[in-house]
Design a protein around this ligand. Structure first.
Ligand code: GDD
Length: 316
């Protein structure tokens, strides 16, 4: 099968490529300024085909779809860091919505039988009441960041193209996910990198943090890419599915787990710049709908994920 991954040079994109390339022809989009560190080994071995494409440009996307004619698209490219969305709200919403519209427009005209997975987010739930956890897909969406609004927009666009044109879109609302290669801005990677840098003497033994009270539901990225594949193989078009672990921890507990993996003596300091105008208090997902449809369940425990991630940062 011909599979197109948008954002293949990113964290999830690189894992998706590794998961698929044993059995499928993998093509991935990159941008002029994309860093290729995560997929250089795949490119060097000519295991994946990289195509430069500006997803915000309809002509560039049309040319891409016309030349690749994909059977499956995993649409992973996005502005995905919540704090950036407060500094660049217009860019976040425009980038995330326009890229997807261009893809769906090109697909409906050129390759209408292509199945498209849309990577949406648990951030869309935003403010959640205590009695609403674990969160089901039917929960109201009360987004608390421009990023979350961009993902709600993506989700409704996918639904609308399914209803209007019969496009086979499947929406995954993925809760927090991490693992080796996670970008250094995100909390798990940021704390791990700081610990690794402290161990190497590159940073004084002070670890900077933001809000430690938030609760998040973490899944390993390797379980997540398996879920994305199943979403297109077994998921119902136009439907939305939670991808989650079904348990959550506070960021404080997460920090303690990472600190327990190191012998370094480390002081913790709150950096006010890391606090957000509004932070989602709790995300704890109910993934039963996806499990019942596809049989998927998470397999990699959080402790292994965190240890793999810390070792990843130690390797630099
Ligand atoms: N990034 C970061 N850095 N977050 C911190 C820090 C810090 O130093 N200290 C505490 N936090 C808290 C944040 O305030 C937030 O409550 C939580 O840790 C997780 O932050 P992130 O890792 O930045 O992720 P996120 O929850 O905002 O968003 C991630 O998950 C979404 C799914 O729910 C991203 O991966 C999104 O792209 C994804 O959609």
């Amino acid at each position: 099968m011909k599979v197109l991954i948008t954002g293949i040079s990113g964290f999830v994109g690189s894992h998706m490529a590794e998961y698929l390339l044993q059995e499928h022809d993998v093509v991935g989009t990159i941008r002029q300024r994309s860093r290729l560190d995560h997929i250089k080994h795949l490119k060097d071995l000519q295991l994946v085909d990289l195509v430069e494409c500006e997803l915000r440009d309809p002509f560039s996307v049309e040319a891409l779809i016309a030349s690749v004619k994909p059977d499956r698209i995993f649409h992973l490219a996005a502005q995905s860091f919540v704090p950036t969305s407060w500094n660049s709200p217009v860019d976040t919403i425009y980038n995330n919505a326009a890229s997807q519209i261009n893809i769906m427009e090109a697909v409906r005209r050129i390759k209408p039988d292509c199945k498209i997975q849309i990577a949406c987010s648990s951030e869309e739930y935003g403010h959640v009441e205590a009695y609403e956890v674990p969160i089901k897909e039917t929960n109201p969406l009360r987004p608390l960041s421009p990023y979350a609004v961009s993902k709600v927009t993506q989700e409704f666009l996918a639904y609308q193209y399914y209803k209007s044109y019969g496009l086979h879109t499947v929406i995954t609302r993925t809760f927090n996910h991490t693992g080796p290669r996670r970008g250094e801005n995100f909390v798990t990677s940021n704390f791990s990198k700081q610990i690794a840098d402290i161990e190497k003497g590159k940073q004084p033994p002070v670890l900077y943090v933001g809000n430690l009270q938030a609760k998040r539901d973490f899944t390993d990225v390797r379980d997540v890419v398996r879920a994305y594949w199943l979403a297109l193989e077994k998921g119902v078009p136009g439907e939305t599915y939670n991808i989650a672990s079904g348990s959550c921890i506070t960021i404080e507990e997460l920090l303690q787990k990472l600190l327990a993996l190191s012998k370094a003596k480390i002081e913790i300091k709150v950096d006010p710049a890391r606090l957000r105008p509004s932070d989602v208090e709790i995300l704890l997902g109910d993934y039963r709908k996806f499990h019942e449809t596809t049989g998927w369940k998470p397999e990699i425990p959080l402790d292994r994920t965190l240890s793999d991630l810390l070792n990843y940062w130690r390797s630099f």
